[in-house]
Design a protein around this ligand. Sequence first.
Ligand SMILES: [Zn+2]
Ligand SMILES: [Zn+2]
Length: 270
Amino acid sequence: MFVDYHMHTPLCGHAQGEMEEYVEEAIRQGLKEIAFSDHLPFVHLPADHPWHGRYAMRMEELPGYCEAVLKLRHEYPEIKIKLGVEADYIPNKEKELEELLSQHPFDFVLGSIHLIDDWPFDDPSLIDEYAHKDIDELWHRYFAIFISAVKSGLFDSMAHPDLIKKFGFFPRAGVQIHYENAAEALAEAQVCLEVNSAGLHKPVGEIYPAAAFLEDCLARGVAVTIGSDAHRPWEVARDFAKVKELLQETGCKELALFTGRRKTLHPLTF
Ligand SMILES: [Zn+2]
Ligand SMILES: [Zn+2]
């Protein structure tokens, strides 16, 4: 595997290591191209909200983040470095997000859903909330938000597409209908799906997305991006051998890369 399109920086408040260390690890791993995709500030929260600096970078840090990535490009000509960002989709805040994204020269925008009704459902310190929720209803809510995000046209690829499985809670009614509806929306909007290896190290212990979800997407012609979701330099390209295995098993033939928000497809040779 030759790219990693999902890497964080300490700006988001929950990652460690210098940006240079991420780049150097990518070079050591033999990657040809990477995209930094740190957490964009939340567009629905005031700038001084405590979640900025804990889950996402602060608004005043965004210009410096962009400059730092562009500077690394010149310092490491041996690897292509793309300016990406991971942006939370917040229902009914599409205008605000579009406005913020338009202010910076992003190559690649990952869309993600970490909040259901302002509950950060993937934060392990808030896991007790699940006891008060109906898991079928949560999966339904998650995928409804996911599909709205896909249709918004704001994102190039959807990060960790079945993040709602993180703690291993699955709906009694089954998962297939959610995968099919999501795959349909991705195909229709021509938005990519991210294959993200971080799930292997979460309680669920499997790649995002599940193989069946990926198959539903590939069957409809959805393109994929690949990311480790590294929050530490040594996590860059982590478990990409397993990602490769999954892509091989599901018959994925191409990988999507982005420059200035434009997608190009590249054949995968195993
Ligand atoms: Zn994420
Ligand atoms: Zn991430």
